[in-house]
Design a protein around this ligand. Structure first.
Ligand code: AMP
Length: 299
């Protein structure tokens, strides 16, 4: 078993109604890989500039994240800034400075090409195609994307759907892709585009899993305080595929557990700024929160 994660690695600026931080660790790969690492050591592919903090590299190493596919280029790291409204539901992008990420051309090291699980974290669909072109193996491929690519790289995204096993998407993106507000109809249309598994995330309201004629719903945990929702979706999908790689089981029942562990990690993510909420968690932390999901879902 091996798990490859390809996406963005960034330094983020985050503004909420009570806090403001700049140049903190971010990017889809950072969140996905840290979350996955609680279940299975991921191999990442990404690019950063010479200004990328050594402390974040150490954090990745402490989490047993394999860095052979991480390229450090002359120049500055990708920077992204976002500002949240008081309710945390609305986010405005303040800036996107691509820097070294502008020329990112993901190249898989030889050892990555036989991956059993691949997470195409949020990057341009053209680059996601390029990753799949390099694989020697029949991997289980999970795709994450964003509204930007649905708008600007629609055709590449649609052709990518035929090459993946699972799509993980939020409710707004699912509406954009299918024109459907009804989750069942949207999932049916998304599955007709290619993936046999579809997960629709509903933010703080949980997530839905669709496969054949089966449906599973994982609730959202009601948290005392949300500090920073950045990367919650990436964290969810990272933990999900990490759990799948660890358990080597693609049954529907196991997929339910993968969604629950995705939700467990995402709940930790939003409780602290940047990646702090998912750094250095203990197994007992995960178990306690897993139990909260079990108790909340029993009737
Ligand atoms: P999320 O909160 O799940 O939307 O993910 C937020 C993360 O996505 C931040 O850490 C950003 O650095 C990263 N990000 C923002 N825009 C892009 C983009 N166009 N491509 C890749 N990653 C991005």
């Amino acid at each position: 078993m091996s798990l490859v994660i390809v996406g963005s690695i960034a330094l983020d600026t985050i503004e909420t109604s009570t806090r403001s931080v700049s140049d903190v660790p971010g990017g889809s790969t950072s969140y996905c890989a840290l979350a996955a690492s609680y279940f299975f050591p991921p191999q990442i592919v990404g690019v950063v500039g010479e200004d990328f903090p050594e402390s974040v590299i150490s954090l990745f190493k402490d989490h047993h994240i394999k860095l052979e596919g991480l390229v450090i280029e002359a120049g500055k790291t990708f920077r992204w800034g976002g500002r949240y409204a008081e309710n945390f539901d609305d986010r405005t992008t303040l800036f996107t400075d691509l820097n070294v990420f502008a020329n990112f051309n993901p190249t898989l090291p030889e050892a990555y090409k036989s991956a059993s699980h691949v997470l195409l974290a949020n990057i341009h669909p053209g680059l996601q195609h390029h990753v799949l072109d390099q694989l020697d193996s029949q991997a289980f491929v999970v795709l994450d994307t964003m509204n930007l690519w649905i708008d600007t790289a629609h055709d590449e995204l649609i052709s990518l759907m035929k090459r993946i096993n699972m799509l993980v998407i939020n409710d707004e993106e699912s509406r954009m892709l299918t024109g459907e507000r009804n989750y069942g109809k949207a999932a049916q249309k998304l599955r007709a585009m290619g993936p046999e598994w579809v997960v629709i995330k509903k933010g703080q309201h949980g997530a839905l899993l669709f496969h054949d004629d089966r449906l599973f719903t994982v609730p959202g945990l009601v948290l005392d305080e949300v500090v920073d929702p950045t990367g919650a979706g990436d964290t969810f999908v990272g933990a999900l595929i990490g759990y799948l790689a660890q358990s080597k089981d693609l049954s529907f029942d196991n997929m339910k557990l993968a969604l629950v562990f995705g939700s467990v990690l995402a709940s930790f993510c939003v409780e602290a700024l940047s990646v702090n909420g998912i750094s250095y968690l203990e197994e007992s932390d995960l178990e306690a929160r897993y139990d909260e999901f079990v108790i909340m879902s029993q009737f």
